[in-house]
Design a protein around this ligand. Structure first.
Ligand SMILES: Cc1cc2nc3c(=O)[nH]c(=O)nc-3n(C[C@H](O)[C@H](O)[C@H](O)COP(=O)(O)OP(=O)(O)OC[C@H]3O[C@@H](n4cnc5c(N)ncnc54)[C@H](O)[C@@H]3O)c2cc1C
Length: 387
C-alpha cells in the first residue's frame, strides 16, 4: 500500500518528491525517532536538513527561494515524514501551513522579501502563536494586548502551546489591538511578526507531553515586548480572520500527519501478523486478525482519499473550510482507531516501548486536539450545512 491517491495517479514530479521524502525519513529520521521520543529530545540540525531539501519552503513561490509546490504534493511529502516521526512532521506542517502562508498571503512586499527567503531555506523556523492559557477552542477570547507607542507596538501577554516556540526565529502571534474598555471580539485581534531577539521576549514552561515528545511545545511570555511598526502583518483588526483562514491549510497538514501515523501503524501490524506465531501458525491466518487489518487499510485509504480531494479543491482555488475540517476529523480519528488496533495486533508487545506501535498510539492522540479539537471540527462542518 503506497501513497498513491485513488483519485488521480501521481505525476512523475510527485513521485520524485515522495521518493525524496521517504528516503530522507528512512535515512535521517526513523533511526533516531525512538530515542528522540524517549529522551524528549529535539534535534536542531533537522531544521537545516529539511531546509536543504526544500521541505521548509514547499508552498513558498520559487521567487522567494521556495519550491512553489501545490498542496497535494506538499501533503504527500508530509505523510512520508509523519510515517517516520510525527514530531518532525508537526514542525514541517506548522512552518509550511501557518507562518509562511500568513506572510505570503497578507505580508507587504517588504515583509515577504525579508522573511520568506530565510524561512524557505531553513535558516529561520516559523511558529504560530494563537492559543493562550485561557483561550483554546475559543481563541477569539485571547487576552495578549498590543498597544501603539509612536510607530512601535508594545505586546504584553502569554501565549500557550507554541510548537517550536523555543527554536523558531519567526513567530506569527495574534494579539488584541482593541481598547480594553471597547472590546471588539474577533475584530479586535491583529497578527504580528515576533522575533526572539527582542527585549521582552521570554520562553516559559516546556510541556511534558504524552506524545510528540521530540516536538518542543512551550509557553511564550511577552513582557512589554517592543515591535517596530513594520511587524504588524496585514491590516489591523484582521489577525483572527487570517489565523482562521490559515488553519484551513493547517488542518490539511494535520490530516496528512495523522494519515502518516495511521499508515505506519498499519504497516507495522501487517508485518508483525505475518511473523508472530500462536497455535502453530502466523496470527495473520486468523480471520479476526485479517478483518482487523482489512478495516485498518480501508480507513487509511479513505482518510487519504478525502484529504487529497480537499487539497485538490484548495489547489483549484476553491473555498475548502468544511472539507479541510472533514479531512482533519476523518484522518485524526482514523489515526487514533488504527493505532489502537495495531497495539491489539501486537498484544503485550504493543504495550511496551520496544516496539514502535506504542509511540504511534501516543502520537496519534494530539491530532484530535490541536488546530481545533474534533468537537470544533464538527462545529465547523455542522455550521456549513446551514450556511
Ligand atoms: C502538542 C500541542 C501543540 C500545539 N501547538 C499549538 C501551536 O503551535 N500554536 C497554537 O496557537 N496552539 C497550539 N496548540 C493548542 C491547541 O490548538 C489547543 O490545545 C486546542 O485548540 C484546544 O484548546 P484547549 O486545549 O484550551 O482546550 P479547550 O478549548 O479548553 O477544550 C476542552 C474540551 O472542551 C471541548 N469544547 C470546547 N469548546 C467547545 C464547544 N463549543 N462545543 C463542544 N465542545 C467544546 C473541546 O473540544 C475539548 O474537548 C497545541 C496544543 C498541543 C496539545
Amino acid at each position: 500500500m503506497g501513497t498513491d491517491s485513488l483519485l488521480t495517479p501521481l505525476s512523475e514530479m510527485q513521485r520524485e518528491v515522495v521518493r525524496l521524502a521517504r528516503d530522507f525519513a528512512a535515512a535521517e529520521i526513523l533511526p533516531h525517532a525512538e530515542r528522540w521520543d524517549r529522551e524528549a529530545y529535539f534535534e536542531p540540525s533537522i531544521i537545516r536538513r529539511l531546509g536543504a531539501l526544500g521541505f521548509l519552503g514547499m508552498l513558498i513561490p520559487e521567487r522567494y527561494d521556495g519550491m512553489g509546490l501545490d498542496a497535494v504534493t506538499y501533503l504527500l511529502a508530509l505523510e512520508e515524514i509523519a510515517a517516520a516521526d510525527a514530531s518532525t512532521a508537526v514542525l514541517m506542517s506548522v512552518h509550511n501551513s501557518l507562518p509562511t502562508q500568513m506572510i505570503l498571503r497578507w505580508g507587504s512586499d517588504e515583509q515577504r522579501e525579508r522573511w520568506l527567503r530565510p524561512m524557505a531555506r531553513g535558516e529561520l523556523l516559523g511558529a504560530f502563536a494563537l492559543s493562550e492559557p485561557e483561550a483554546g477552542s475559543d481563541a477569539s477570547a485571547l487576552a495578549c494586548q498590543a498597544v501603539r507607542d509612536g510607530s512601535d507596538w508594545v505586546l504584553t501577554g502569554t501565549k500557550a502551546w507554541v510548537t517550536n516556540g523555543n527554536t523558531a526565529g519567526v513567530i506569527v502571534a495574534m494579539a488584541r489591538t482593541d481598547e480594553p474598555g471597547e472590546r471588539r471580539g474577533a475584530k479586535g485581534i491583529s497578527a504580528f511578526i515576533v522575533t526572539p531577539d527582542l527585549p521582552g521576549f521570554r520562553v516559559g514552561k516546556k510541556e511534558d507531553k504524552l506524545g510528540l515528545r521530540s516536538s518542543p511545545t512551550v509557553q511564550l511570555a511577552f513582557d512589554e515586548l517592543r515591535l517596530p511598526g513594520d511587524r504588524l502583518l496585514g491590516a489591523e483588526g484582521r489577525g483572527f480572520i487570517y489565523a482562521m483562514q490559515s488553519l484551513d491549510h493547517g488542518r490539511l497538514g494535520i490530516a496528512a500527519q495523522a494519515t502518516g501515523i495511521a499508515r505506519a501503524a498499519l504497516e507495522h501490524a501487517t508485518a508483525y501478523a505475518a511473523e508472530r506465531r500462536q497455535f502453530g501458525e502466523p496470527i495473520r491466518e486468523f480471520q479476526a486478525i485479517q478483518f482487523k487489518l482489512a478495516d485498518m487499510a480501508t480507513r487509511v485509504a479513505s482518510a487519504r482519499a478525502l484529504l487529497h480531494a480537499a487539497a485538490a479543491a484548495k489547489d483549484r482555488g476553491e473555498a475548502v473550510t468544511p472539507f479541510s475540517s472533514m479531512a482533519k476529523l476523518q484522518a485524526s480519528e482514523t489515526a487514533m482507531w488504527v493505532t489502537t488496533q495495531a497495539v491489539q495486533v501486537f498484544g503485550g508487545y504493543g504495550y511496551v516501548k520496544e516496539y514502535p506501535v506504542e509511540r504511534l498510539f501516543r502520537d496519534a492522540k494530539v491530532t484530535e486536539i490541536y488546530e481545533g479539537t474534533s468537537e470544533v471540527q464538527r462545529i465547523v462542518i455542522a455550521r456549513s450545512l446551514y450556511a
